[in-house]
Design a protein around this ligand. Sequence first.
Ligand code: ATP
Ligand code: MG
Length: 339
Amino acid sequence: MAENSADNRILEVKHLVTTFATETGPLRAVDGVSFSVNRGKSLGIVGESGCGKSVTSLSILRLLPKPAGCIAGGEVWFDGVDLVRLTPDEMRYIRGKRISMIFQEPMTALNPVHRIDKQLGEVYALHFPKMSLAEIRSASIELLNKVGISDPDQRLRDYPHQLSGGMRQRVMIAMALACRPQILIADEPTTALDMTIQAQILTLMKSLQQETGMAIIFITHDLGVIAETCDDVVVMYAGTVAERAPVNDLFKSPKHPYTLGLLASIPRLETPPKQRLATIEGMVPDLQNIPEGCRFQNRCHYAQDRCREASPPEETVAGDHRVSCYRWQEISLQKKGDF
Ligand SMILES: Nc1ncnc2c1ncn2[C@@H]1O[C@H](COP(=O)(O)OP(=O)(O)OP(=O)(O)O)[C@@H](O)[C@H]1O
Ligand SMILES: [Mg+2]
């Protein structure tokens, strides 16, 4: 498929395994995850809390907390280079300049004791050491304008706590975009914000993407956000990829029972107010006591003996639509009511 030829891929994660040393033994937070991101396109990563979305993105950027976290296997190809094998210095160059990240909670990424101009200025100074102070100032103002912050002159003099949540997230986006990265990783960029601001931030990110041609990885709990913003989607479950596909294929013909469960839990306009949304019953398995076989077996209405014996391999449904389920051929959207 021309769309997904190797040349089109800006990032390819292959069989990534990330572990944490814990008091009770090693925990495989990410266990054999593979997906790719196309140039200039948006990939959504979705899944319940704890399924490994943030750890996947921290692994890509090699920002795992040390010494507990480590990449124990796999490859992360970015523009012909395996990031897993780069030295810390080489990785520092990639990080921020070529791949940037917006974190789940902007206050943790902004330094509360420095004004915005200093924090934004540091990004420029680090990556463009030849820029003068005056150039940094005018570039900062232009960037804040671009992310929709009015009165940027004044805002640059503010401390983070003087800004609203939406403003702080815009500043984070500005900092992440200062070096015109080829990939922006946005980890739940809008969950802390109210719905109107969420919509504004997502629209802003899409328009900046059109202007700069960057690829975006959107991490979210919300398949609804993915439907509106992404070209491709990866559904993660308990540290693995359950299903991945171009977004239309996933919504038209989901194949993993877990994806069906997630789809059934999206609020819809026609859902009467106060009616409870469907939720997937049962618990995600403890990552330190992973059962044999499929990780979704204890919550799955389709589980059979073989699902309890060995992990299902990833199979191709059609084109770039892939699923890890023994019974995907029997599953269709009509069965959604089962979950
Ligand atoms: N520093 C750490 N030490 C030990 N375990 C960790 C650490 N960070 C994450 N984990 C574990 O790794 C797993 C994946 O966590 P991760 O933060 O990637 O989930 P997530 O999908 O981003 O969830 P959320 O939607 O809540 O942000 C979890 O079981 C978590 O407890
Ligand atoms: Mg997370």
